[in-house]
Ligand binder design. Structure first.
Ligand SMILES: [Zn+2]
Length: 167
């Protein structure tokens, strides 16, 4: 959890991400919920704050309205049968409900979930987080470069971003 937060804050750090981390660590230390669910919820929510929430409704690729049952981490979450690569695993409806509860922080539903759904959801979250954190930080750093941590020679000398917003 801390490692994820550390890697995210390389690209951007927001108070919301910090509060989410503190809340997650507190829940872990108090044993309020299964540690795996706390981590999964943290990962989903911190990615959502960064704009990388998995699609759990419409098709992540073509936007076709859900519900869909193919979850493909590399494509951004749920995808329709037309977009899903052949052989993509299907996800049980109860597992998808658990994913929605994890991202919303609905702990009554999370705590009541069947072990099989908890395990399946955790596998999806891990795959999704791993894929998107590896790729996302690089692309986010690229997008954010003109505004923050770009090396000085990456933009013209007259484009000083520190001057913008000072009026
Ligand atoms: Zn589609």
């Amino acid at each position: 959890m801390v490692e994820t937060a550390d890697r995210l804050s390389d690209a951007e750090a927001t108070p919301e991400q910090y509060l989410l981390l503190v809340g997650g660590l507190r829940a872990l230390s108090r044993g309020e919920h299964a540690s795996r669910s706390i981590l999964d919820s943290y990962l989903l929510r911190v990615m959502a704050l960064s704009g990388w929430a998995p699609s759990l409704g419409d098709c992540a690729r073509c936007g076709a309205p859900g519900p869909h049952t193919h979850f493909v981490a590399q494509m951004g979450g749920l995808v329709c049968t037309n977009c899903a690569p052949a052989g993509s695993p299907r996800v049980a409806g109860s597992t998808l409900e658990l994913l929605r509860s994890l991202i919303r922080g609905e702990w009554d539903a999370v705590d009541a979930a069947a072990h099989s759904d908890t395990a399946a959801a955790s596998g999806l979250v891990s795959a999704y987080a791993q894929f998107h954190l590896e790729r996302g930080i690089r692309s986010l750093a690229h997008i954010a470069a003109p505004f923050s941590a770009a090396p000085a020679d990456d933009y013209p000398a007259d484009a000083d971003p520190s001057r913008e917003g000072i009026r």
